[in-house]
Design a protein around this ligand. Structure first.
Ligand SMILES: [Zn+2]
Ligand SMILES: [Zn+2]
Length: 281
């Protein structure tokens, strides 16, 4: 059958409804958006009109699989109390906007261990996440993204994600988003059938495949283990086409949203989506 929920991160100038309508035109079955500017603390206010427009667009297009990506400023593991408090409030605001819009998944990079040890950073992340989970609306799931491990970013290792999940009591509203470019530059090879199988069996052993709710589908400009996060068009980077062929034909991911974050959106997305579809057996 192959992957049923192929989609892309879409620009939102003109609103979320427009992003969904545009995504339909290029052949998406799932859409990721920013609900507010990812570079600003000041959040966009969601009006009833904005919610109604998105609901209408979903009905018109039949696209109901929506995901939001939080602000890049958010570091819930920050050592600085003020920065951490601001990050928690920022992520809670993102979750609240998703609740209003009816977006079930929020993807977050969560944070890093700047000016502290990895262990201290992870413990701060756990504390903040527990606080957020205790006040979560029941219809939103927080997905921690696998990172490239650039600088002091946490969650580039499956063990770190598993630590946070376990410390939060395997809360049903805490899950994982796997980014193919990020895991590759973090050192997890997926270029051949053998390495792909090994990496996903490691993911299953350490985290649990049932925790994987969103996949970001990107090739990489940089090499295995480089820890440098530069996305590339599907099949044209250092990962190459085989990994993506295995991914879109993997029966475990038939109902998991597979989202492109490749360059030159949205024109490039149309081409990359067609490429992914051509790889389905
Ligand atoms: Zn991301
Ligand atoms: Zn990503």
């Amino acid at each position: 059958m192959g992957a049923q929920l192929l989609g892309a991160h879409m620009p939102t100038s003109g609103g979320l409804g427009k992003a969904v309508r545009n995504s339909k035109e290029i052949g998406c079955a799932a859409v990721q958006v920013f609900t507010s500017s990812p570079q600003q603390w000041k959040a966009k206010v969601v009006t009833d009109e904005m919610v109604a427009d998105l609901t209408k667009a979903r009905e018109e297009t039949g696209i109901d699989c929506l995901i939001s990506h939080d602000s890049y400023l958010i570091h819930v593991s920050a050592v600085d109390d003020e920065h951490r408090a601001k990050s928690i409030a920022g992520l809670q605001g993102e979750i609240e906007r998703c609740h209003r819009y009816g977006i079930p998944f929020v993807v977050s990079h969560m944070g890093g261990y700047k000016d502290q040890t990895v262990e201290e950073g992870l413990n701060r992340m756990v504390e903040s996440t527990k606080h957020i989970l205790a006040q979560m609306p029941p219809d939103v799931t927080l997905c921690m993204e696998t990172t490239a491990g650039q600088g002091t970013a946490l969650n580039s290792k499956f063990e770190e994600l598993a630590f946070v999940l376990n410390a939060c009591g395997n809360h049903p509203q805490l899950a994982v988003c796997l980014d193919t470019c990020h895991i590759f530059v973090a050192g997890y090879d997926i270029r051949t059938e053998e390495t792909y199988t090994h990496t996903f069996s490691e993911f299953d052993r350490i985290i649990g495949i049932d925790k994987l709710k969103v996949i970001h589908c990107n090739d990489s400009k940089k090499g295995l283990g480089s820890k440098v996060d530069r996305h590339e068009h599907i099949g044209e980077g250092m990962i190459g086409p085989k990994a993506f062929e295995l991914l879109v034909n993997d029966p475990r991911f038939e109902r998991v949203p597979i989202i492109l974050e490749t360059p030159e959106a949205p024109e490039g997305h149309a081409r990359n989506l067609a490429k992914l579809k051509s790889l389905i057996a």
